[in-house]
Design a protein around this ligand. Sequence first.
Ligand code: 2AL
Length: 255
Amino acid sequence: MQIRVINPNTTLAMTTKIGAAAQRIAAPGTDVVATQPASGPVSIESHFDEAISAVGVLEEVLAGERDGVDAYVIACFGDPGLLAARELTRAPVIGIAEAAFHMAALISTRFSIVTTLGRTGIIAEHLLEQYGFRHHCRRVRAAEIPVLDLEENGEMALNRIIDECRRARDEDNIGAIVLGCGGMADLTGEISRAVGLPVIEGVTAAVKLAEAVVGLGLGTSKQGDLAFPRPKAFTGQFEHFSGLTPTGRELPKQK
Ligand code: 2AL
């Protein structure tokens, strides 16, 4: 099984870290290929960053379809381009925010999210509403670190995240903590040991969910709004999307 883990930002160090965390958690026989868009923001911290990065995510899914990829993970906590990506493939596409919410809800009745910046925390609140997890989440907290601090000031960033996770544990009456950034993919063990609560992180959760969906012989439904987009003309810099037709692998027959 090949899982393409797409880091929607263009910071190679983060893509490499995300790929390593994904491969470590993957089952024997699962091959992880970590990629990033050719162009776009170096980190995603706003609606604007998300909108630009979503096009890069879609380009990466189209490239994956040509390679016969079995499942995709969108490794940014805003899940940029998630539903559009699903339109392009029969394979499952899992966003790390939705994966983390589902996983946390399976092991606790209440969780808090600890993310990077307060403003991205608001984006996470929108996703909780959209995905139906509002009542599972007690509080969205921010360590107030820019995303790239996870690469450039790793120790300081980790300490601030741990401090915020401890506050969540002591004040929020929760059973688990969700880490709210793809760049935190390698931190679950250390934070869980420091805080004494289960810590869920979306990249690793998404890889295990993608394996489960593929293992069940399931994939993205092509009935309704997730059907392939109707082929049409695109102009200007998006001309290469003109007349897009379905590619990629057929799903295995469901047992
Ligand atoms: C993110 C993320 O996961 N990657 C990135 O560049 N920005 N989102 C976040 N909430 O920090």
